[in-house]
Design a protein around this ligand. Structure first.
Ligand code: ADP
Length: 239
């Protein structure tokens, strides 16, 4: 995999950086970032994984990862990330703090980007070597339009887009098994075809996923054998 622009300064101790992006808020970007980080770790427990909440507009990683308290400073005035479920986590708002955290050694740092294609996203993409971007979208038209803009932004700054994640495409009634496409059907798949990108995973609209995020017990750790968890674990194999 290429490493983007050669003049980007690596984050000390961090091997791969994967960003999770979306065109707009509320499409499941943070939920995906959390379960992707846990999925990477579930696939290979020897891998050290970190999770950075760079979503300045609505940081939600502390709730989803059940984190409490503030990071401590070490004797070099570097912040020590909080750890839960084996993942080193940090929820911060400004890019320069990325380098004031003792991340290493990490095999993967998953970054929950702010939604959209504004200055923060651009500056992050230009300043750190990103190995790949994963774009989350629902099948709805408007979310798709924004996902297209996101893809274009990463291509402009030479960040390889690994593919799209279609979130909340199908709802399966737990009582009768009836399926409903609440936000439209397969829209993200169609966009992926148009942009010649892969679909990395198709995540259903699911109560266990929602409750897992809200209660700080993400589905990959709370029900590792469930189909829902397997969807994320399979996505994690592709990054
Ligand atoms: P974003 O980071 O894009 O703003 P979040 O990950 O915070 O989105 O998700 C928004 C809301 O949707 C949260 O309440 C989350 O629990 C819920 N959610 C996300 N993905 C799913 C899913 N596949 N099924 C059910 N609820 C989901």
């Amino acid at each position: 995999m290429t490493r983007g622009l050669p003049n980007k300064l690596p984050i000390a101790g961090v091997d791969k950086v994967i960003v999770v992006a979306s065109g707009k808020g509320g499409v499941g970007k943070s939920t995906t970032a959390v379960n992707l980080a846990l999925g990477i770790s579930a696939n290979d427990p020897t891998k050290q994984v970190g999770l950075l909440d760079a979503d300045v507009y609505g940081p939600s990683i502390p709730t989803m990862m059940n984190l409490h308290g503030e990071p401590l400073l070490n004797n070099q005035n570097m912040m020590v990330p909080l750890i839960n479920f084996g993942i080193k986590c940090m929820s911060i708002a400004i890019q320069k703090l990325i380098r004031q955290v003792v991340w290493g050694p990490l095999d993967y740092l998953v970054v929950d980007m702010p939604p959209g294609t504004g200055d923060t996203q651009l500056s992050l993409s230009q300043n750190i070597p990103i190995d790949g971007a994963v774009i989350v979208s629902t099948p709805q038209d408007i979310a798709l339009l924004d996902a297209r803009r996101g893809t274009e932004m990463f291509e402009k700054v030479n960040v390889p887009v690994l593919g799209l994640i279609q979130n909340m495409n199908v709802y399966v009634c737990p009582n009768c098994g009836h399926t409903e496409h609440i936000f439209g059907k397969d829209g993200t798949k169609k966009l992926a075809e148009e942009l010649s990108l892969d679909i990395l995973g198709d995540v259903p609209l699911d109560i266990q996923i929602r409750e897992g995020s809200d209660s700080g017990q993400p589905v990959v750790v709370s029900s590792p054998d469930s189909l829902q968890a397997q969807v994320y674990v399979n996505i994690a194999k592709k990054v």
